[in-house]
Design a binder for this molecule. Structure first.
Ligand code: NAD
Length: 295
C-alpha cells in the first residue's frame, strides 16, 4: 500500500474493538495478534474446547515473550484480558470490525456471515479470512455486501507479515480502507488484491500443492521431496510439512475450491496425496498426524 491508498487507510476510522469468528489455528492467531496490539477481540466459536485451545496458544506465545524479557507479567495479563472467548453472539455489541475465520466451507461461512451481520451494528465492517472462496460469492449471504471484504492472514499469524485485503464486486472503498488500517495497526503489511478463487498468494501456492500431491500419488516419497525442497532448493519447509502446518482438512477444502475455479489448470484424475490423507483423517499438526506424526 502506497501513496493515495495509504493516506486513505490512515484517514479511516480505527478499529476499536474486533470480533473473530472461529478460534482455530487462524482465528486464535488473529485474536492474539489484535489483542497484543491493544485492540480488544471477542473470539467466538461453537466449540468450548476450541476456545480453550485458542486461549492456551495465546498464553504460550505470551509466556515465550516473557521468558525472553520482551514483556512483563502485567503486559501478559493485559493481552490475555483483551481476548474474550465466547460461544454466543451476545458480546458483539460495540464491535466495529469482524474477521470470520471458521472452516473453509462456503455453506458454513455463508451461514456464519448472515448470523454475524444480524448481530453487529450497521456500521461494523465484516471481513473473511477465507483462503480461496471468492469474496463476491460469500457476499451473497450479506444484506449489505458493501461492508464486506476479504482479510487473508497467513500462518502463523503472529509471524507472517502479509495480509491480503480482497475487494469483492460490491465492496465499498471505506470498507477496504478500514480493514487495511486494521491490518496495519496489527503490525502487518496489507496489500489490496482483486477477487478470484485463491486471490493472489494461493493462486501461486496451490498449483505447487497440486503438483506435489500428484507426484506423491505417482509414487514419489514425500520425505525425499521435502528434503530436496528444504535442503537443496532452500525453502524454509517442504510441501508435505507445510500442508501439515496448514491443516490437511483446510488444504483439501481449499484445493476443491481451486479445482472448481480453474478446472483446466488444476483438475486431476483419481485421488492425490491430499485426498488420501484427508480420507484417513490425518489432518496434520492439529490432530497429531498428517504426512508426519506429532506428539
Ligand atoms: P481450524 O480447523 O483450525 O479452525 C476452524 C474453527 O472454526 C474451529 O475451531 C471450529 O470449531 C470453528 N467453527 C466451525 N463452525 C463454526 C461456526 N459456525 N461458528 C464459529 N466457529 C466455527 O481452521 P483454520 O486453519 O483456523 O482455518 C480457518 C479459516 O482460515 C479457513 O477459511 C481457512 O481457509 C483460512 N486460512 C487458513 C490458513 C491455514 O494455514 N490454516 C491460512 C490462511 C487462511
Amino acid at each position: 500500500i502506497k501513496g493515495k491508498a495509504k493516506r486513505a487507510a490512515k484517514a479511516a476510522p480505527a478499529t476499536q474493538k474486533a470480533a473473530v469468528l472461529g478460534a482455530g489455528i487462524m482465528g486464535g492467531g488473529i485474536a492474539y495478534q489484535s489483542a497484543s496490539k491493544d485492540i480488544p477481540a471477542v473470539m467466538k466459536d461453537i466449540n468450548d474446547s476450541a476456545l480453550a485451545l485458542g486461549m492456551t496458544e495465546a498464553g504460550k506465545l505470551l509466556n515465550k515473550q516473557l521468558e525472553r524479557g520482551r514483556i512483563d507479567g502485567k503486559k501478559l495479563a493485559h493481552v490475555l484480558a483483551n481476548i474474550t472467548p465466547t460461544l454466543s453472539y451476545d458480546g458483539l455489541q460495540g464491535v466495529d470490525t469482524v474477521v470470520e475465520a471458521v472452516v473453509e466451507n462456503p455453506k458454513v461461512k455463508g451461514q456464519v456471515l448472515a448470523e454475524v451481520e444480524a448481530s453487529v451494528s450497521d456500521d461494523a465492517v465484516i471481513a473473511s479470512n477465507t483462503s480461496t472462496i471468492p469474496i463476491s460469492t460469500l457476499a451473497k449471504h450479506l444484506k449489505r455486501p458493501e461492508r464486506f471484504c476479504g482479510m487473508h492472514f497467513f500462518n502463523p499469524v503472529h509471524r507472517m507479515p502479509l495480509v491480503e485485503v480482497i475487494r469483492g464486486e460490491h465492496t465499498a472503498d471505506d470498507t477496504i480502507n478500514k480493514v487495511v488500517a486494521y491490518a496495519a495497526a496489527m503490525g502487518k503489511s496489507p496489500i489490496v488484491v482483486n477477487d478470484c478463487p485463491g486471490f493472489f498468494v494461493n493462486r501461486v501456492l496451490f498449483p505447487y500443492f497440486f503438483g506435489f500431491s500428484q507426484l506423491v500419488a505417482d509414487g514419489a516419497d514425500f520425505v525425499a521431496v521435502d528434503k530436496v525442497m528444504e535442503q537443496q532448493f532452500g525453502w524454509p519447509m517442504g510441501p508435505a510439512y507445510l500442508l501439515d502446518v496448514v491443516g490437511i482438512d483446510t488444504g483439501h477444502h481449499a484445493a476443491a475450491v481451486m479445482a472448481d475455479g480453474f478446472p483446466e489448470r488444476m483438475s486431476k484424475s483419481g485421488k492425490d496425496a491430499i485426498d488420501v490423507m484427508y480420507e484417513a483423517e490425518r489432518f496434520g499438526q492439529k490432530n497429531g498426524k498428517g504426512f508426519y506424526a506429532y506428539s
